[in-house]
Ligand binder design. Sequence first.
Ligand SMILES: Nc1ncnc2c1ncn2[C@@H]1O[C@H](COP(=O)(O)OP(=O)(O)OP(=O)(O)O)[C@@H](O)[C@H]1O
Ligand SMILES: [Mg+2]
Length: 324
Amino acid sequence: MSQEALIRTRELAKRYKLVAGLFASSSRWVWALNGVDFELRRGETYGLVGESGSGKTTLARCLVQLAPHSSGSIEYLPGDGGQPEGWEVSRRSPELLRRFRSEVKYIFQDPSSALDPRMSVFRVLSIGFRYSPKYSGPSALKARAVELMQAVGLRESDLERRPSEFSGGQRQRISLARALFSNPSALICDEVVSALDVSIQGQILNLLVELKRAYRLTILFIAHDLTVVSYMADRIGVLYGGSLMEEAAASEITHRPLHPYTQLLYRAIPRLGGGPPERGVAAGTPFNPTRPRWAAPSSAAARWSRRSAGARSRRCGRSHPGTA
Ligand SMILES: Nc1ncnc2c1ncn2[C@@H]1O[C@H](COP(=O)(O)OP(=O)(O)OP(=O)(O)O)[C@@H](O)[C@H]1O
Ligand SMILES: [Mg+2]
C-alpha cells in the first residue's frame, strides 16, 4: 500500500450557526469540527469512529464540499503528475471541482433517500455521467452499467427496474454501482451498512472489500460499530467532540488502544457470553457542542478531560497520545 496522501486536511474546522428562536436572545454556534489534521492515504481503508454527534458526517461532507468548512484547508492530491500537484478543494474552478467530485464519491447511509424512486436503475447509474467529458456514447454507457451491475452482484435485467422495487441491501449495491460509474479513486462510505440487517451487513462489507481490490479504491469508512471498522480498516481514527483523539494502524488500536476514550469505546462492545458492556462508558456528560465550556478553541485533551472529570474516571492530560 502506498503511503502517499490522496486527501489531506490541516486544522479543519466547521461550525454551524443555530438560528435564534423566538425566545433566544442570540444565535448560537455548533462547533462540529475543531482543528482536524487528517490524511487519507492512497489505497488504504481508513476507519473513522466516534459516538453520535462527534462530527464524522460533518468531516465527510466537508471533504467533498457538500458543506463548506469554516477554516483550515482540504487538499486533494490526485498524483497524476499534472499541475498543480495538490489542490485546495474550496478554491477550485468549477471544472476542477467537477473532476474532484467524479473522483471522490460520497455514499450515504440511507440508500432509499439517495436514489430517485422515479428513475430506472439504468438512469440512476448513468445520469450524472451523461454530461461528463468521459462520455463516449450510449452503447459504452450501457456496457459500463452492465459491468457494474455484475460487479455489485445484481443482474443486467435489474437495470430496467426502479430502486423502490429492491431490498435495502440491494439498494446499497445500486448506490455502490452508481458511485463507481465515473471510475473514482476514492469512496467515502458514511455508515453504509448501519441501516441494514446484520446478515446483509456482512455481504455488503465483503462486497466493499472485493470492489476495493477490483477497482483499486481508497476508502474512508465511517461507522459507529468498532467491530465492523476493525474488520475493514487499515488505519483507524477516533473522533470525539470534533477532534481526532487517537489514530493508529487498525491492529495496533484494536489490541492496544492508548487513549482513555478509545479504551472506553472498545470496552463498550457487547460480547457473546461476556455480560453487559462496561458501565463506565455511559458515565460522564457527553460533549455539548453548543455550550461555551465545550466549544472551541480548545484542545482535544481538554475536551475529553472535561467529560472524564465529570465521570470521575481517569483524566487525559496528554493531547494526542496515540497519534502516529
Ligand atoms: N446542518 C446542521 N446544522 C446545525 N448543526 C449541525 C448540522 N449538521 C450537523 N450538526 C451538528 O454537528 C455535530 C456533528 O454532527 P455529525 O452529523 O457530523 O455527527 P456524526 O458523528 O456523524 O453523528 P452520527 O453518528 O449520529 O451520524 C452535531 O452536534 C450535530 O448536531
Ligand atoms: Mg453521521
